[in-house]
Design a protein around this ligand. Structure first.
Ligand code: GLY
Length: 377
């Protein structure tokens, strides 16, 4: 086994996998190619009807491809193909697209291409990569996150979009695409990650000169605090940049953030809050940060030697087990699985609710433990 998990933990993961199969088969039959985000009273609506380019719109497809890869059941593949075709309109409309084209098309077209070799999917992925590359700001050396009026902002989350560029660079033998990804990762090391392993959400540059301006709080509590999902993106994102470049600076950065994350999560019995440096009360959980960090820790475990592996694997298992034991809804009649996910600290409507990416990373984490996952990133 890839991670050498204990027999007891493997059995636990098998048990959870059994429940995931039942739940996701029912959910797939019910919601098909509509695009889920946050359910209300256990019922998803179709986010695709409101916006085809919302950054989370790929995760359901990512879950479907994970399920197809693990089970070979055609229903999952056919449904994922329908989601991919729906997103074509978002690609064509173009205007609302931002740096999250990575989250959107890695989980749809690129996943399809990796599994089936579909040439149309390859083109979609390359097209999305071109859009991502076009957001590069040479003054400052970063990929801008958002659109008009926000050209100077880069965010930690973008590390998870970089694999689209690494993939496209390899597909097209285009070193320029890889250099853009590397430049952004280097910028994140210099301006978003802190020496103690914590990190900010945002960094702001003067877009004309590239001069560093400041680090506002973004989705975390405030500037100087530690938005937990941002730490998760940093662990996973830096480990991925190491996977695609072999540059040890990224591996060391991923370890640094991982050690900071594990220390903070352990202090709270692996129940992860939205911001590690928010006031102790009120307590707001963010299970999405926990499951994303768990996947990042497992990615990191693959990159290190045998002496180092157990720390990351055991911490990932503890995070996933805490979610499985305390934060899961297994009724197949209810949409969504992982409860208490949070989008941001200061917005009540997306605080402590089930969110589709919580389910995605929980599924990826369980499949990783069983060595059945598809490498989507
Ligand atoms: N934009 C990604 C996130 O909210 O984590």
């Amino acid at each position: 086994m890839r991670y050498a998990v204990s027999e007891e933990d493997r059995q636990w993961a098998e048990q959870v996998w059994g429940k995931l199969e039942v739940k996701l088969k029912a959910e797939c039959g019910r919601i098909g190619s509509s695009i889920p985000y946050i359910p209300v009273n256990g019922v998803y609506s179709d986010m695709g009807e409101k916006s085809l380019v919302w950054w989370t719109n790929g995760f359901w497809s990512g879950m479907l491809w994970q399920m197809y890869h693990a089970t070979q059941e055609k229903l999952y593949k056919e449904t994922a193909e329908q989601v991919e075709i729906r997103l074509d309109q978002g690609l064509a409309d173009y205007m609302g697209l931002d740096h999250d084209v990575g989250f959107l098309w890695l989980h749809t077209a690129v996943a399809n291409y990796r599994l089936t070799g579909n040439p149309r999917s390859r083109i979609r992925g390359l097209h999305a990569a071109g859009i991502l590359a076009g957001r590069y700001q040479p003054a400052g050396g970063y990929i801008r996150a958002w659109n008009e009026g926000q050209e100077g902002i880069a965010i930690i989350d973008c590390l998870m979009n970089l694999p689209l560029l690494y993939w496209a660079a390899a597909e097209r033998k285009d070193a320029g695409l890889k250099q853009i990804a590397v430049s952004h990762a280097q910028m994140a090391l210099r301006h978003i990650l802190r020496p103690d392993g914590s990190c900010n959400h945002l960094v702001v540059f003067d877009p004309e000169t590239g001069e560093y301006l400041n680090n506002p709080g973004g989705q975390g509590y405030e500037s100087g605090s530690s938005w937990t999902r941002g730490q998760s993106w940093a662990i996973y994102g830096m480990a991925l940049s190491y996977r695609y470049t072999g540059d040890r600076e990224y591996l060391d950065a991923a370890k640094r953030v991982a050690h900071y994350f594990i220390a903070n999560a352990a202090l709270n019995d692996y129940e992860v809050v939205i911001d590690f440096r928010a006031p102790e009360q009120p307590v707001y959980y963010d299970t999405t940060a926990a499951v994303c960090a768990a996947c990042g820790l497992l990615e990191l475990a693959e990159a290190v030697g045998d002496y180092e592996k157990p720390l990351y694997v055991k911490a990932a298992v503890r995070l996933l087990r805490k979610i499985g034991e305390k934060f899961c809804e297994w009724d197949p009649e209810q949409d969504s699985i992982v409860s208490h996910g949070s989008g941001r600290y200061h917005r009540e409507s997306d605080r402590e609710v089930p969110i589709i990416y919580g389910d995605y990373f929980f599924l990826e984490g369980i499949l990783r433990l069983l060595d059945k996952h598809l490498m989507i990133w």
